[in-house]
Design a protein around this ligand. Structure first.
Ligand SMILES: C[S@@+](CC[C@H](N)C(=O)[O-])C[C@H]1O[C@@H](n2cnc3c(N)ncnc32)[C@H](O)[C@@H]1O
Length: 389
């Protein structure tokens, strides 16, 4: 199958380069990294592969066309000129959503209905239908996104957002989005043979994402995608992509991943989520307060999203926790520590400037990812002794 398509992997602000790296790792070289997205050209088989494998992208959209549109006429004619029939079958259901930023065509409802009308006209002619379109078949969510008078017309291939891996059966108050958790792990130099700890694990997102990465399990393996029902993608292409995911998973890779949290209910939720993710007992979970954390192995990775102390009355307690963490980790200089928080005084409280910092958004909260690189350990990681906490 050599039909070429242009795909857009959308990314949260700050994660574009990581999504770009993932796209490249799938073997697609021709990529452009832009604000909020990575655009790449590929064979049609990239639709299932990108959806199954991209851990940090929000969704994968198929680019149908882009053009300048400063009038409704231009929007209508240019939309009608695009080859919609290549993608949308006779009975396809295609709602149109839209957005417009800094453009002459600012009325989103009007843009949506014009685009809808133009596609209907095109499909009726191309599919030879003279009555109305039934729209009872596969689902194609069309988006018209106008930015500075340039209209981008896409079809969403993912369905629900890619952060929905299918394993989250429960969550706490402030769960991390799975895509961001995967990014936090990927930013580190952790390799699956090394200990990995999240002492504020909540519902377990970071530890679960680390386990999926550690065993090379495709994050989309447990879910469905809108484009699975599209007739222009042969079933074999999907079957091959699922087979590739099955063959690539390394279920024999031993892991030393540990998640703990002060809240026993969250530990129960984390266990259920890990089970749902198919990880069985692979991750060690424990109800424990962070101050009781004593790394026994010489080196490892601590990756965490602790409370930020933004709520009334919580700040002092959280600051004390950061101080405590710094004191504990000072005695373990070979451990690498990665903390995501919005608290601007983190480094001071922890007692050490970070080796590196990276600005990231946790939803709408502006955060920094504080990265402390561990010293090279004197001996090799000790995998045989189990997890000593
Ligand atoms: C921002 S949430 C972490 C959310 C998690 N990343 C997830 O995806 O569900 C912070 C967690 O720290 C836990 N926590 C608060 N104080 C703690 C302490 N002293 N020791 C250990 N855990 C604590 C809370 O119970 C909460 O689950």
């Amino acid at each position: 199958m050599s039909k070429k398509v242009t795909l857009i992997a959308t990314a949260a602000m700050g994660l574009e380069a990581i999504v770009g790296k993932e796209v490249k790792a799938l073997g697609y070289e021709d990529i452009q990294i832009e604000n909020g997205r990575v655009v790449f050209e590929a064979d049609v088989s990239a639709i299932p592969r990108a959806n199954l494998w991209l851990r940090t992208a929000d969704r994968v959209k198929l680019l149908v066309g882009k053009f300048k549109a400063t009038s409704f006429d231009e929007l209508f004619e240019n939309t009608k000129a695009l080859p919609w029939e290549t993608f949308i079958e006779e009975d396809g259901e295609f709602p149109v959503v839209g957005k417009s930023v800094k453009s002459k065509l600012y009325s989103v409802p009007d843009c949506q209905s014009i685009v809808k009308k133009a596609i209907v006209e095109r499909l009726k002619v191309k599919h030879g239908i003279d009555s109305w379109l039934k729209e009872t078949g596969a689902f194609y969510r069309v988006e018209v996104a106008i930015h500075k008078d340039e209209a981008l017309l896409t079809i969403d291939t993912s369905g629900s957002g890619l952060h929905k891996r299918g394993y989250r059966v429960g969550q706490g108050e402030a769960p991390l989005k799975e895509t961001l958790a995967a990014a936090l792990v990927q930013i580190t130099n952790w390799t699956p043979d090394q200990p990995f700890v999240d002492p504020f694990c909540g519902s377990g997102t970071i530890a679960i994402e680390a386990a999926l990465i550690g065993q090379n399990i495709a994050p989309g393996f447990n879910r469905e995608f809108a484009s699975e029902n599209w007739s222009f993608i042969p079933q074999k292409v999907w079957d091959d992509a699922f087979q590739e995911a099955e063959d690539s998973a390394n279920y024999d890779q031993p892991l030393q991943i540990f998640g703990s949290d002060i809240d026993p209910d969250l530990i129960e939720i984390a266990k259920k989520n890990a089970m749902e993710a198919g990880l069985g007992e692979l991750i060690t979970w424990k109800q424990m307060q962070m101050s009781d954390f004593k790394p026994k192995q010489e080196n490892g990775y601590l990756v965490s999203n602790p409370p930020y102390g933004e709520r009334m009355g919580e700040r002092e307690e959280v600051e004390e926790m950061y101080r405590n963490l710094g004191t504990i980790m000072r005695d373990h200089p070979s451990w690498s520590v990665y903390i995501l928080t919005s608290h601007e005084g983190f480094e001071k409280l922890y007692g050490k400037p970070a080796t590196k910092k990276r600005k990231l958004f946790n939803g709408f909260i502006k955060t920094d990812y504080y990265q402390y690189f561990g010293r090279k350990p004197k001996s090799k990681p000790d995998n045989g002794k189990g997890f000593g906490f």
